[in-house]
Each structure stands twice: as C-alpha cells, then as structure tokens.
Design a protein around this ligand. Structure first.
Ligand code: ADP
Ligand code: MG
Ligand code: ZN
Length: 413
C-alpha cells in the first residue's frame, strides 16, 4: 500500500493535489462517503482514482457514457494502472476475459455503466469478490432535478445496502442545492461529507509584467507596501539568497528560505514570518507547504512558476483573511526557454514530455493573454467567470504583456 502522495507522483506524475482533491481523498480513505461538486477540469477523476490505488483491492466506477469510460481506462492503462471496462461495445468474449481477471483480483479499477452494475448477478458476483471503494461519476444523473436525469442511475440507490461499509464517492460538476440534496438522499440515505469547490479568490489581484530588471521591479512593487508580509518566489536557492540580501540592504525585513538551508535556519525563518507582520520571505518552492498565515498581503514571482497549477497554489497563500492581496509576476522569455530545457532534460520523448510542454504553454498563454487574468486562470480549472475588474488587464486593457514574435517562436520550438 503506497501513500496518496506517492500514488499522485508515481502513477499520475503530479507533485501536488489541486484544491479540494486531497480533502476528498482523505474522506474516502477514512471510509466516509463524499459528494464533491467541482467544476469541469478541476480534476475529479483523481479524487477516486488515488484512493482506489492506495486502498488496493477492487474499485468500481460508475459512469454514464461508454466513451467517457474508455477514455479514462485508456489514460489509466497508459499510467500503468490495471483498469478495465465491461460494456456493450466490446464482444462477449472480451467482456468474459476481463471478468475473469476481475474475479482473479487482477483489476484495480473497473468502469461500469449503471445498468450493467445494477443487475442481481453482477451485484452478487461483486459481493463475493469484495469491493474496496465505489465512485459515481457524473452523479447529478441520479437526480430528477438535474438537467440530465438518467433513469438507469436511479437503481444506484441500492448500492449502499448492497455494499454496506464500502465508501462511496460521488462527483459532479453541476449540482445546485436541490440536486445535491437529492444525490445525498438517494446515494447515501441523507448523510455524506459535502465538498463544494469554486476556485475563485477574488480578493487576490492578479498582475503580470515583462521582466526587465527583477530587483528594480521588486523594489517598485514594494514601494507602496511598507511593512506588509509577503512571499517572493524565485527559481534557485542562489537567487532567493540574493533577493533577501538585496531587500535587507534596502531596509526591508527579508529572509531567505530554501531546501539548502539547515532545518534550524528554515524553522527560524518560518517562525519569524508566522509570528510577525512585515517579514518578506524570499523562497524557492520549498516554502509554502502547510503555511497558513492569514495576512500575507502579496506573493511576488521573480521567476516563472512551474505551471499554472503551481502558480495557483503559490498565490493562494496570499489573502487568506479575505482582505485585498496581490499576486504579481515578472515574466521573462528566458524563463520559458529554461523551463523548456528542464522539461526536455527531465522527461524522455513521449507522452509525459508532451504533456509537460502543454502545461507550460498554458502558463505562457496566461502571461500573454489579452484577456482578464482571472478569467484565463479560472478557465484553466474549468470555471467560467466574468472579467474581474481587478487584474492588470481589466484595469489597463492596452498595457497587456506581449512577448511578441519571440515568445511565439519559443512556443513553437
Ligand atoms: P473533471 O473530471 O473534474 O472535469 P479531470 O479529472 O478530467 O477533471 O481532470 C482534468 C485535468 O486536470 C486532467 O488533464 C488531469 O490530468 C488534470 N489534473 C487533475 N489533477 C491534477 C493535479 N493534482 N495536478 C495537475 N493536474 C491535474
Ligand atoms: Mg470528469
Ligand atoms: Zn480581470
């Protein structure tokens, strides 16, 4: 049995959970039922796939469309997971062969349409084999109130009596209040953990500017912010040291933080930051895990973050008290080519490398977008939003960052 973080990293290739994912994973691992409502693109599949692999045994995933099931199974197989689907498009022989493997305990995640799962024979067979976890994807289909009620989903009400004690995770992108109540009533008999996510953090102003002279740009940014607590993220240990020294020389209370410092030094920096206001931590990504300080007023990215996921997580450390905060990034073309080189060094040619380049493309697109930053960030997580009126693009539409032809060339190489 591996830990959830090991599964996330080794099987799926992600360093961190996205917002909300971990809480859902934890509930399921603790044996509790969960209904999760998260926007499309938020990463709902992982919320049941990770616990499925941590628990071991057999997980059943109910999904309404054969095409969806096939996509997921194909992606899981690419990641080396023993996933299968039994469905009407496969031949009888194929389905029998898969079923034998399920019965022999060789399959970790089995995708089934509700009408195939909810037959007496299938239920009895699965009860004999034993089931560790059940996931119901597109769970709104069970509700009469949802736009896409599927009568076949109605039978899923029997799951909790057929598999007592087996945790059920239900996920959906679209469930208003009435639909949620209906799902919880039908699937769980009225009791479940509810997780409803939205990604927007409207009090964080998002700004990006082309990198020219990072130190001067940092000073200019700090000008109107005397004695505010903040984090400056840099790519290397060396530049986190340099920026901290530079800020100290300029009268700020700044400390470096990176994995090269001794545990005592790191603890000292973190304690100072937590205990007082007006301390600026100049850090690599080593800083942040478990930092929950409500009054962090800014996060300044002196270098490009690793991805939009990383960016969202890093800026999310600002403004937890709900008061205005700012996430500012200086964005340089050299940063992009360096990131591209990192990716090529780290990953062999293939699916993984292509995926990493695509994630970088999304980040570059965010930096260069002539549209509202919040809109473009949220749309990456599948959430629609109106222009925010509180980012540099909304405030000053002409002055968008344009890397121009150079940026495009780098994107294409
Ligand atoms: P949903 O079902 O909520 O619409 P998916 O499960 O299909 O979303 O995931 C959407 C995308 O997000 C996928 O490309 C997936 O690989 C990616 N994703 C999911 N979790 C993470 C994570 N923790 N870090 C980075 N990317 C992730
Ligand atoms: Mg999905
Ligand atoms: Zn905006």
């Amino acid at each position: 049995m591996s830990s959830k973080h090991a599964v996330l990293r080794e099987v799926f290739g992600f360093d961190d959970f996205r917002p909300g994912q971990e809480a859902i994973v934890d509930h399921l691992l603790a044996g509790r039922n969960v209904l999760a409502v998260m926007p499309t693109g938020a990463g709902k599949s992982l919320t049941y796939q990770v616990p499925a692999l941590v628990k071991g045994g057999l997980t059943i995933v109910v999904s309404p469309l054969v095409a969806l099931m096939q996509d997921q199974v194909a992606a899981l197989k690419l990641a080396g997971v023993a996933a299968e689907t039994i469905n009407s498009t496969a031949s009888r022989e194929e389905n029998v062969a898969i079923w034998r493997r399920v019965a022999a305990g060789e399959v970790r995640i089995l995708y089934l349409a509700p009408e195939r799962l909810m037959t007496d024979r299938m239920i009895a067979a699965l009860q004999r084999i034993g089931v560790s976890l059940i996931a119901v994807d597109e769970a709104h289909c069970i509700s009469q109130w949802g736009a896409s009620f599927r009568p076949e989903y109605d039978a899923l009400q029997e799951l909790r009596t057929a598999f007592p004690g087996v945790p059920i995770g239900a996920v959906t992108a679209t469930a208003d209040e009435a639909t949620r109540r209906d799902i919880v009533e039908k699937l769980f008999g009225g009791e479940a953990e509810l997780y409803v996510a939205g990604f927007d953090r409207p009090n964080i102003r998002l700004t990006v500017e082309p990198k020219s002279n990072t130190k001067r740009q940092l000073l200019a940014f700090l000008e109107g912010r005397p004695s505010e607590s903040g984090i400056v993220y840099a790519l290397s240990r060396k530049s986190s040291e340099e920026l901290a020294a530079f800020l100290s020389d300029n009268g700020y209370r700044a400390v470096p933080y990176h994995a090269g410092l001794s545990p005592e030094k790191r603890a000292e920096a973190q304690e100072l930051f937590m205990a007082e206001t007006g301390v600026i931590v100049c850090a690599t990504i080593a800083f942040g895990m478990g930092i929950d300080k409500p009054d962090v007023r800014f996060v300044f990215h002196a270098d490009l973050p690793g991805s939009l996921d990383a960016y969202y997580q890093e800026i999310g450390r600002a403004g937890r008290d709900g008061k205005p905060a700012e996430a500012h990034m200086v964005f340089g073309l050299q940063d992009i080519s360096m990131r591209r080189r990192f990716i090529d060094q780290e990953h062999e040619e293939g699916e993984r490398r292509r995926r990493e380049h695509k994630r970088l493309d999304a980040l570059v697109a965010y930096c260069e977008a002539p549209e509202c930053r919040r809109q473009s960030l949220l749309s990456y997580f599948g959430e629609a939003a109106a222009p925010c009126g509180n980012c540099d693009v909304c405030i000053n539409p002409v002055a968008t960052v344009d890397g121009g032809d150079d940026a495009r060339k780098i994107l294409l190489t």
